[in-house]
Every structure is written in C-alpha cells, then in structure tokens.
Design a binder for this molecule. Structure first.
Ligand SMILES: [Fe+2]
Length: 171
C-alpha cells in the first residue's frame, strides 16, 4: 500500500529524495515578516494573482526516513514583492502525509530589493520541539548570486510542472 502510494509521485519525474544521513537542511533567518498562527492552508492561489507555482517534496529525518505528519508553515511575498503583514495572504501551514510528502500550490513571489526570489518556511517533526526555519531558493535565478543569504543547498530542483525540495530535519 505504501509502495503504491509512493510510485505515482516518483513517476512524475521527481528524483528520489537526495539525502545524506546527518546532513540536515541549513537554517536561515526568518526575516522581519513572519506571522505566527497562519491558518491551515496548502493552496495560496486564491490569495493573490500571479504565475502559478507548485512547491513539493518530502520531509525527512536525520536518518533520511520520511517524517509523517511534519508541520510546515510557509510564507512569501506576492507578485509585487509585498508581504501581507496584517492578514494571512500567502501564509499557511500544512502537515506532511504518511510518506512525509508536502505540496504547496501558490504563485511565484516577486523579487524585492536586495533579495533573491525565495519562499520562507518553518518545519517541525510531530513530536519534536525543535523548529527549523529556512528559505527555499529558485533555480537559475540571477538574484541568487547577489544575495548574501543565498545558499546553493537551499535551491529547489525543477521537475515537470513544479519545483521540488526535500527538507532534512535535525534530530
Ligand atoms: Fe523574505
């Protein structure tokens, strides 16, 4: 049953998760625009107009095994580069499925001064008390090279119809 559920996800062109045991996803600053208590929402498309984007992948533990039910809290700028700091547009949390998979349907955030294009996220294992705060970057974004926060380990990979990024949580 588990294998049957996993097969279609890999058939979409995604590579199996790249994971080296113990090599956790680097943390990044949350920046000035995090809002706690964002609603349960995995589809931001109704929040703002923009080019559709899917970000999907797997949440893994330090042993490279999927973290079922992991909490992911995403937020990012709109197509004009603005964050919603009074409401929850382009903000929402979701939980990874039984295979550790998550999927965010949203729009492409704009560039804003001084930054590469990026999506913020916080993650936590269901029984964990440690939160990983990080950012995901876009492949081939010319802003990457100019952004002092950019790290190549945090670039999503392009798959047919989506960007993919697998997070590896620490112990
Ligand atoms: Fe940001």
């Amino acid at each position: 049953m588990l294998a049957a559920a996993s097969a279609p996800a890999l058939a979409q062109g995604a590579k199996p998760p790249a994971c080296t045991p113990g090599r956790v996803t680097p943390a990044q600053t949350e920046g000035p625009f995090y809002s706690a208590r964002a609603p349960l929402k995995a589809n931001f498309r109704g929040d703002a107009k923009g080019e559709p984007l899917v970000l999907e992948g797997v949440v893994l533990g330090p042993d490279c095994r999927p973290v079922a039910g992991a909490w992911l809290d995403f937020w990012h700028a709109d197509a004009q580069g603005a964050y919603d700091n009074s409401g929850y547009r382009l903000r929402g949390h979701q939980f990874a499925d039984a295979d550790g998979r998550y999927r965010l349907e949203t729009i492409v955030p704009a560039l804003y001064p001084g930054r590469a294009r990026h999506i913020h996220v916080k993650l936590r294992a269901p029984k964990g008390d440690r939160v990983l705060t990080t950012q995901v970057y876009f492949p081939d974004d010319p802003g990457n090279a100019r952004d002092g926060l950019y790290r190549p380990e945090l670039v999503a990979r392009r798959t047919p119809g989506a960007l993919a990024f697998d997070f590896v949580l620490g112990g």
